[in-house]
Ligand binder design. Structure first.
Ligand code: WT7
Length: 660
């Protein structure tokens, strides 16, 4: 019997050791938004006062009276206050020199661009606010949004906020069934969609997915579908239900006051599936969320008025909400948006866009970085990108080698790298360097953001001073989710039942002697090999450390002798040959970097890995493949073909072993 995954009885081991260390470049440190090393200690002395200081930098219609009530899991912030998110992200800049500054700089798949100034963004959100009101949307009503990456997507989000409607963006890659479930769970009154999204030279028919989702009265509460005409694909039209964005906007007034919202009113819902189960509507409250995104964008991304800031995430994820829309706009930044993918029209498009437009701050994901490593250095090495000054990473643990590659090839050794750990539930960055202050170590998210207090605990919930365990929080912060929409019991069970009085993130982490956090992945990704609990992320990092390897995914599969055995799925860099000795060499390499205990039993040279559309490796499917089981739910896969190929590759490995 393999040991139960969630309730480890043994000590957690972290075997990966990383000794490299980089101080903030002096030039960067001298100009950073935060330069006082006492910020952590000051915030720790009075966290509520620290957060209240940030909250006061927002524009309040009515100031709050009480900073916080309640403890983690039930905390409420900035009580008695009234404010509006759109007024803070957009309207307030009109009284400043930012009025005609580009709020959004968008580049389409055809490489043509559009700029939308703060003034224009105000007018568009006001018009759309009136259109939505005309469709019967009132304060507190839910609006679902299903579009590709076009400027009208942030416009739709902000228009909802403007009139006090709760927005919920559904990622444009999701299917009809996902739309239906979400629309019904949130009880949406209106759905805003685009006719289509441009994708790699073709068009994804978004409207058809919507029609399919609503077929046969499957979403009885939904009254209207507002269709933004973008891709020009032919669409079916249901009279009475479907309305044209362009037509209604043309007749709409640009006078639409920002609704005064209570601090704790819901700003948005965002559905997250986590590793199992049906999607949960994570609920964020207005004032706390704005405070946390304002603060973290300012300190972690060091936003200045001259910056051209590019977060490559889709607005369908929390990263897009916090660091492509709200955080940068609250700070009056110019946000860069790209309609297409990092490999279209070619594999160097990220770097040519950075150079062409002068991007200064770039925030992307390890999966993208590793893909670029796999495509070869030449794409990035031919660009000097002198404008770049800061690089960020989010979404997964970043392997030290990927971190080093990012720093050397993208940042040319000149830009600080901030690896930011956080979650849909936390709303904003929680563990990250402050780029002018924190010496970085490749692969570590480093230290808590001031005013937040993560702890690493053992099985019994005892706080560790050093070592590996579970990442929890006992003290509240304003950006924390206010719960799961319509399901308080699921909220309690999911996050607050494992450790008494603490929010359990679901992640494993190691705390080193300097107080640095090393994220080891979800606890489900910790494997027990002969009594040692090994974070598969560490084995992956050791594999990526080998010069031939671009990407690796490691899982534990059931093993009759050891309980669990390690299986590695490895993608080679393009141009690297899989010679006869390579598998043995990779195993030896892991043995050398981490220790013999971590040598994978199986090494599968794979052509692709199964990933979700947000780029996370679906290790659950890899376990199915490795154990020869029929595959579980594959509906969230970005490329279903990849896992079919993998199954064949694993069968071949088994046959080889039998013949050996
Ligand atoms: C999970 C949250 C936060 C926005 C994107 C994902 C993993 C995220 C890191 C990081 C190690 C990370 C964690 C976390 N994760 N960032 N810098 N280092 N792991 O949001 O979909 O809610 O996923 O992503 O496992 O729990 P999400």
């Amino acid at each position: 019997m393999p040991p139960k995954r969630d309730r480890p009885q043994e000590r957690m081991d972290s075997l990966l050791r990383e000794e490299r260390r980089f101080d903030p470049p002096p030039g960067f440190a001298a100009q950073a938004n935060v330069r006082d090393p006492r910020v952590w200690a000051k915030a720790a002395r009075d966290p509520d006062a620290f957060w209240a200081g940030w909250a006061r930098r927002l524009d309040w219609i009515k100031p709050f009276r009480t900073v916080r009530k309640g403890s983690i899991g039930a905390a409420r912030w900035f009580l008695g206050g009234r404010l509006n998110a759109c007024a803070n992200a957009v309207d307030r800049h009109l009284a400043t020199p930012r009025r005609w500054k580009a709020a959004l700089l968008w580049v389409g798949e055809d490489q043509r661009h559009r700029t939308i100034t703060y003034q224009e963004l105000r007018d568009e959100t006001a018009r759309l606010g009136n259109v939505l009101k005309g469709l019967g949307v009132r304060n507190g009503d839910r609006v679902a949004i299903y579009m590709g990456m076009v400027p009208e997507l942030p416009v739709a989000v902000l228009a909802c906020a403007r009139i006090g409607a709760v927005h919920s963006v559904i990622f444009g890659g999701f299917s009809a069934a996902s739309i239906r479930d979400r629309v019904n769970d949130m009880g949406a009154k209106v759905l805003i969609c685009a006719d289509g999204a441009r994708r790699r030279g073709g068009v994804v028919d978004l409207k058809r997915a919507v029609d399919e989702a609503l077929e046969g009265g499957a979403c009885p509460g939904l009254e209207s579908v507002l269709v933004f005409e973008h891709a020009g694909n032919p669409v079916a039209w249901k009279a009475g239900r479907d309305r044209s964005w362009r037509e209604l906007m043309a007749g709409a007034s640009a006078e639409c006051p920002c609704e005064p919202m209570d601090s704790e009113d819901t700003l948005f819902l965002l559905y997250t599936s986590g590793s199992t189960g049906r999607p949960k509507g994570i609920r964020h409250a207005t004032a706390g969320y704005l405070t946390a995104t304002l603060a973290t964008t300012n300190w972690v991304f060091d936003i200045k008025d001259q910056d051209l800031y590019w977060c490559t995430a889709d607005l369908g994820w929390i990263t897009g909400h916090s660091y492509l829309a709200y955080g940068p706009l609250l700070n009056g930044a110019t946000c860069f948006l790209y309609e297409s993918t990092p490999d279209y029209p070619d594999k160097g498009v990220l770097w040519s866009l950075v150079e062409r437009w002068g991007v200064t701050v770039l925030y992307t994901a390890p999966t993208t970085i590793r893909a670029c490593m796999q495509w070869g250095d030449a794409w990035v090495d031919r660009r000097t990108m002198p404008s770049l000054r800061l690089l960020g990473s989010v979404g997964e643990p970043i392997n030290p080698e990927a971190w080093m590659w990012y720093r050397a090839h993208v940042g040319k050794g000149r830009c600080p790298v901030v690896d930011t750990w956080w979650q849909t539930e936390t709303g904003a960055v929680m563990i990250s360097p402050l780029p002018g202050l924190t010496p970085t170590k490749p692969g570590s998210a480093t230290r808590p953001f001031p005013g937040t207090f993560p702890e690493v605990v053992d099985d019994e919930g005892r706080t560790l001073k050093e070592g590996a365990g579970y990442l929890v929080y006992r003290r509240p912060w304003p950006g924390m989710t206010r719960g799961i929409w319509n399901n308080p019991e699921l909220y309690r069970r999911t996050y607050f039942s494992r450790f008494k009085g603490a929010y359990f993130s679901g992640d494993a982490a190691r705390l080193d002697a300097d107080g640095y956090f090393w994220l080891m992945g979800r606890v489900d990704d910790v494997v027990n090999v002969s009594g040692h609990r090994i974070g598969t992320m560490e084995v992956e990092s050791a594999l990526v450390d080998h010069p031939a390897v671009a990407e690796a995914a490691v899982i534990g599969r059931a093993d009759p002798l050891k309980g669990q055995a390690l299986a590695a799925f490895v993608i080679l860099k393009s141009g690297k040959e899989a010679g006869p000795g390579l598998v043995g060499e990779l195993r030896e390499h892991v043995g050398k970097v981490i220790g013999p205990i971590a040598k994978p039993d199986d090494v599968v040279l794979a052509s692709a890995l199964p990933k979700t559309r947000s780029g996370k490796i679906m290790r659950r499917l890899l376990r199915d493949v490795a154990e020869g089981r029929p595959l579980g739910d594959v509906t969230t896969l970005a490329d279903p073909e990849a896992v079919v190929r993998l199954e064949a590759e694993v069968r071949r490995l088994r046959a080889d072993r039998r013949n050996a």
